[in-house]
Design a protein around this ligand. Structure first.
Ligand SMILES: [Zn+2]
Length: 195
């Protein structure tokens, strides 16, 4: 593209972070409220929501080293979860891969909290994909507010994507840590909306 035809990206995308079976009630690293997030995101996708594109990220571990522990601290180490090829790594019903324009997997061999570390089936990273699709603004929702949604939203700000977190469509590992997450977002220029 020549400089003469360059224009700021105009499209808006919704990024649904890690709504996966292991992060919902009944999963190996269950977050209270996860199933409700899955149901309500599905409902949103069925409405005239106005997003030009809707994408999902998935935690997708093969051998992520110290990210897994038999004695997890639930801050930096965790019980086994979202192992590639298992039911626990699948998107949580009623959400399904067909709901999304693209799905980005992350964390194969190391912890990866941010969806921007994810790649689609063609190996394209989330940031490059959004740029290639002329996306200039993103909203985010998903699991967990205080970990992967937090990191993905901070990276979205870094990428210049004017992020807004739909906080009512998220679920937190540690609800008492959400205040610190809101502070970090505010400092980084991440907007927050109830949902
Ligand atoms: Zn993980």
């Amino acid at each position: 593209m020549s400089a003469g035809t360059a224009h700021p990206p105009t499209r808006r995308a919704l990024v649904v972070v890690d709504v996966q079976n292991d992060f919902c009630e009944g999963g190996s690293l269950a977050v209270a409220g996860g199933l409700s997030v899955a149901a309500r995101v599905k409902e949103l996708l069925g409405t005239d929501h106005g997003y030009d594109l809707v994408v999902a990220t998935r935690d997708h571990h093969i051998d992520p080293g110290t990210h897994f522990s038999k004695h997890p601290d639930f801050v930096d180490s965790w019980p086994r979860h979202c192992v590639a090829g298992t039911e626990g790594a699948e998107l949580t019903a009623p959400l399904e891969a067909g709901d999304f324009d693209a799905v980005f997997d992350k964390g194969e061999y190391a912890a990866a909290y941010s969806g921007f570390e994810g790649r689609d089936a063609d190996g394209t990273g989330l940031g490059d994909w959004l740029r290639a699709h002329d996306v200039g603004r993103v909203d985010l929702c998903g699991i967990a507010t205080d970990h992967c949604v937090r990191a993905t939203a901070l990276d979205a700000a870094e990428e210049g994507l004017s992020p807004t977190v739909l906080v009512g469509l998220t679920a937190a590992v540690a609800p008492d840590r959400v205040g610190a997450t809101l502070d970090a977002w505010r400092t980084a220029g991440v907007a927050v909306r109830e949902g």
